[in-house]
Ligand binder design. Structure first.
Ligand SMILES: [Zn+2]
Length: 295
């Protein structure tokens, strides 16, 4: 590898950092050699984290002259790789300052915090570290080439997870975000909506996090097979999304049951009319800017 931290000196955003790294390392293999990349960027070592209840940590100094990344060794490989990417994000984003000087400690909840539109500084830091990790492990230009042509299906998610060596949720998030169709992937635990990953142009999901999946959802169907994507099934759009007045659309669901009560549910929206400007304007605009930069 040729990349050095000097190459990254002018960049402080997750997208800027990932873009720069990939522009210098054009022939980087996939799955991304994340440990090697971290070492190349002055992380001295990657060591097991023993603090109960945390997924990852970063020990560093104020000037970030060097760093030690700590990882929960009990987590599956895909999640450990994501954690390393996340901690590398904290290390490279100079504005990230931990609660306790020189020591970042990140929980499982931190690793699932994706909303960049927040005012809490610490929550935003976690979201940025996740954004960086997602972008570096699953670079959108490489993902776009990998996604098979045609209709979206959750069958692609395990393929992406395997190809990029990431967790299924990280794969599902990237899939929802960068698939050319209007899709979202809802993460469900024990019948409760935990979170959703979507294209910024996908409408607002009206089922709040922490609430049960709608009764008419395919999620409630009896004949689910673990780790097998179901057939696509139509559902009334208002069960999941708020359409604009006068807007007509068809909504399809597809279910992928995982283990331990978890499931992924894809929502695929086909809007019948030309869409007006999105009301989630900040994210949508950011997404467009990102798309432009990747070209
Ligand atoms: Zn963190």
């Amino acid at each position: 590898m040729k990349i050095t931290r000097i190459d990254l000196a002018d960049t402080g955003s997750p997208m800027g950092l990932a873009t720069k790294i990939l522009s210098v390392e054009k022939d980087i293999p996939i799955p991304m050699p994340i440990e090697e990349l971290a070492r190349q960027l002055d992380v001295e070592k990657i060591a097991p984290l023993t603090t109960v209840g945390f997924e990852g940590g970063l020990l560093t100094d104020e000037d970030r002259s060097t760093g030690i990344i700590l990882v929960n060794q009990a987590a599956p490989e895909g999640r450990r790789r994501f954690t390393i990417g996340h901690e590398l994000g904290h290390f490279l984003i100079a504005t990230h300052k931990p609660v306790e000087t020189g020591k970042f400690l990140c929980s499982r909840a931190d690793m699932t915090n994706w909303s960049l539109d927040q005012t809490n500084r610490y929550a935003r830091m976690e979201a940025e570290a996740n954004e960086f990790s997602g972008l570096i492990l699953i670079p959108p230009p490489i993902l776009r080439k990998f996604i098979p042509k045609g209709d979206p299906t959750l069958e692609h998610v395990p393929m992406i997870a395997q190809h990029f060596n990431v967790s299924k949720e990280a794969a599902a998030r990237a899939y929802a975000r960068y698939h050319p169709q209007e899709i979202a992937v809802v993460v469900i635990e024990d019948g409760i909506v935990k979170r959703a990953h979507k294209r910024p142009t996908f409408p607002w999901i009206s089922v709040p996090y922490g609430k049960p999946v709608p009764r008419t959802s395919i999620f409630r169907a009896k004949d689910q097979r673990p780790r097998v994507a179901s057939e696509l099934s139509a559902i009334s759009p208002e069960q999941w999304v708020d359409l604009k007045p006068g807007q007509r659309a068809e909504l399809f669901e597809q279910m992928y049951p995982q283990q331990d009560g978890y499931a992924l549910l894809m929502l695929w929206l086909e809007v019948e009319e030309a869409e007006e400007a999105d009301d989630d304007r900040t994210s949508a605009q950011r997404f467009k800017d990102q798309q432009a930069r990747w070209r």
